[in-house]
Design a protein around this ligand. Structure first.
Ligand SMILES: Nc1ncnc2c1ncn2[C@@H]1O[C@H](COP(=O)(O)OP(=O)(O)OP(=O)(O)O)[C@@H](O)[C@H]1O
Ligand SMILES: [Mg+2]
Length: 391
């Protein structure tokens, strides 16, 4: 069979995460190769299948051991009653079960992705850490600008541990009535500690806001300190992840609570290209266009890029325009993007085509050739050459 090495590499990378569908197709291919007399190739696929089955068997047992060490308590079920605010009867948290959680890990710049995966390994290979006399981290603070994927990352991490996630928004929990707040905090932790789960405290900066409020007296500080103590004592029963996008509001006493502190920055240029590709699907655009969009969306969060790309898809659907006519689409998107795009970039793309060509040619980050600019502006190279000469 031609290109078998590529097939082999594809199979090796798809088997660990591809599930039953991928396994079935590899089995089919193995059979077809065997039938065609390609014995060595069939054997090679059989070996890959056997190795992946072995790895799959080992993974849950490691995870089971880890779960045993890190988490104690009863199993949460869909019928477990949620803790509620006694006055309003509204739930203090949502519970998400692993099978309900969809979506991949948010696309993070490589160093951050590596750190997030290391955190996961720390939680899924507890025995390996204990053998060397180190404890896994039980509390983690995820912080960074709004819309960078912090909540999605916390939820994804819990899914990988195959545990339910108890997701509480702290700003909702902290009520203006102190007695109620203390009771709510107590009820939330009692619930999370009773069951095997990952506790996620979203909008954690709500704590700092009340702590710093000069109108609040000692009582609120005691409530907040009790919350911090609850985080400490939860170490015995499970993991807590807190999330904030106002980290500057947190004082050192709060930072100290968290053994790991993971900053999620806004995506870099390459990161933006990746996020653009993710949300463009099923539309595919030329690399030059994706880079141009990544350049335009400098300073955007992942969530803002998603909105921008979805805006582009809507534009295509409603205008009937084709993907190769990108400049009018970008001009429309810039018009509806408020102040998010820098004024300079905005003004550049609103020029007449000959001026856009000259401006694009002078952006060092994009390093566009004449042919690239011709492609982007949907013109031929001679026209672009003429425009650039007269610019
Ligand atoms: N890095 C990313 N990769 C892919 N998608 C992203 C990324 N960041 C954000 N998104 C998209 O934006 C949505 C919102 O992200 P999320 O709620 O996780 O951000 P956040 O950092 O928690 O924001 P906030 O601080 O406002 O709570 C996600 O569901 C996802 O669709
Ligand atoms: Mg969030």
């Amino acid at each position: 069979m031609d290109h078998f090495q590529i097939i082999q590499a594809l199979t090796r990378s798809a088997l660990p995460t591809g599930g039953a569908a991928v396994r079935n197709q590899v089995e089919r291919l193995k059979q077809a190769l065997a039938d065609a007399g390609e014995t060595r190739q069939a054997q090679s696929l059989a070996k890959l299948l056997a190795n992946s089955a072995k790895a799959a068997e080992m993974a849950p047992s490691k995870l089971t051991q880890s779960r045993h060490t890190l988490f104690s308590g009863e199993e949460l079920s869909k019928n477990t009653p949620l803790p509620v605010d006694r006055e309003t009867a509204s739930p203090l948290a949502d519970v998400l079960f692993p099978e309900q959680i969809k979506g991949d890990m948010p696309l993070l710049d490589s160093r951050v992705a590596v750190a997030a995966k290391a955190l996961l390994s720390e939680w899924s290979k507890v025995e390996d850490l204990l053998k060397l006399g180190v404890e896994p981290a039980r509390s983690c603070l995820i912080y960074g600008a709004p819309g960078t994927g912090k909540t999605s990352l916390a939820i994804w991490l819990a899914k990988q541990l195959n545990l339910p996630i108890v997701l509480a928004r702290l700003d909702g929990l902290i009520s203006s009535f102190l007695g109620t707040t203390a009771r709510n905090v107590g009820a939330l932790f009692a619930f999370a500690n009773r069951y095997k789960c990952v506790l996620v405290l979203d909008e954690f900066d709500a704590v700092a806001k009340v702590r710093d409020d000069p109108n609040e007296v000692g009582e609120i500080k005691r409530v907040v300190n009790a919350l911090l103590q609850n985080i400490d004592s939860r170490r015995e029963t499970g993991i807590t992840i807190a999330i904030t996008n106002h980290e500057q509001l947190l004082d050192p006493a709060i930072w100290r609570r968290f053994e790991l502190q993971l900053k999620i920055p806004k995506p870099s240029f390459e990161g933006r290209v990746g996020i653009i590709e993710k949300y463009l699907s099923p539309i595919s655009l030329d690399d030059r266009v994706k880079k141009l969009v990544a350049w335009i969306t400098k300073g955007f969060s992942g969530a803002e890029i998603e909105v921008f790309v979805n805006g582009y898809k809507k534009y295509l659907a409603l205008s009937g325009d084709t993907p190769d006519n990108i400049i009018p689409a970008l001009q429309y998107l810039l018009t509806v993007s408020g102040e998010k795009v820098s004024r300079e970039t905005h003004d550049l793309l609103m020029l007449e085509p000959p001026h856009i060509a000259a401006a694009l040619a002078s952006i060092p980050d994009l390093a566009l050739s004449r042919a690239d600019i011709a492609q982007l502006l949907n013109k031929d190279k001679t026209t672009i050459g003429r425009w650039l000469k007269t610019a």
